[in-house]
Design a protein around this ligand. Structure first.
Ligand SMILES: NC(=O)c1ccc[n+]([C@@H]2O[C@H](COP(=O)([O-])OP(=O)(O)OC[C@H]3O[C@@H](n4cnc5c(N)ncnc54)[C@H](OP(=O)(O)O)[C@@H]3O)[C@@H](O)[C@H]2O)c1
Length: 225
């Protein structure tokens, strides 16, 4: 824990659940944390809670991770304050059950849950390199793996219809974005190891957070149990 003191960290998805808990823990250890979530009351509440713990070491950059322009603003703001980044935690995620397009023309599920992580990580290459040895941690999941009862259905990347524009199914594309995050982690490891940037991913397991809020009530209740 002592090693994390004064480390410069970004935590996306910091207004709720796992990201919020991590941001507060890092603040407690004395790390310098930039929290990232949308400009919602819960984002401000989480920020104020973390600030009470970490004081001026804690910052919040309200960002909509479904928008490329908002991500670019966030990265520019961060870079105007810091030259290096020790730890990037890609934690934000949202269940979007029905097909929805962003104003920028991307599938919202795929963009928020995968492309935003891809973009943030790549845009932050220089500060990560400046802090080497540094680390990118991407929260993924395990839904890309075949489960009993579903047959032998491992997720695949559907490169012919990456965003489900021809045929959308939440079950298929929710698995696909998890697989995409795992593949991104491997590829980053391969490409960035020589710069001293480690890349890793983890499945948190079933964790009681707000992650199922947007699911239909019966499903939400099942997850709650
Ligand atoms: N909980 C589980 O059982 C479980 C299992 C496997 C994997 N995971 C993964 O763990 C990660 C954390 O989820 P959680 O369980 O902590 O869920 P959560 O409580 O719902 O938190 C999700 C976080 O993501 C942020 N977010 C969502 N859409 C955003 C957007 N468009 N722009 C900016 N921020 C956005 C939310 O911020 P806003 O305030 O802006 O909404 C919130 O801070 C996710 O990647 C999830 O897929 C969770």
């Amino acid at each position: 824990m002592e090693e994390l003191k004064d480390k410069i960290c970004i935590v996306t998805g910091s207004s709720s659940g796992i990201g919020k808990a991590v941001a507060k823990s890092l603040a407690k250890i004395g790390a310098r944390v930039t929290m990232v979530s949308r400009d919602k009351p819960r984002g401000r509440i989480a920020y104020e809670e973390a600030r009470q713990i970490g004081g001026d070491n804690v910052k919040w950059i309200p960002t909509d991770l479904s928008l490329r322009s908002s991500i670019e603003n966030m990265v520019n703001t961060f870079q105007s304050q810091h030259e290096r980044l020790d730890i990037l935690l890609n934690c934000a995620g949202e269940n979007i059950m029905k097909k929805e397009m962003t104003p920028e023309g991307f599938d919202r599920l795929f963009f928020t849950n995968y492309l935003s992580h891809f973009l943030i990580t790549n845009l932050l290459f220089e500060p990560l390199k400046n802090a080497a040895p540094s680390k990118v941690i991407t929260i993924s999941g395990s839904s890309h793996k075949a489960k009993r009862g579903e047959g032998n259905f491992d997720a695949v990347m559907d490169f012919d219809d990456l965003q489900g524009n021809q045929h959308y199914s939440y079950a298929k594309y929710a698995k696909q974005y998890v697989l995409a995050k795992v593949l991104l982690t491997y590829e980053l490891s391969r490409r960035w190891e020589s710069y001293g940037i480690a890349s890793t991913t983890l499945c948190p397991g079933l964790t009681r957070t707000n992650h199922t809020d947007t699911m239909p009530l019966p499903l939400n209740f099942l997850f709650y149990l």
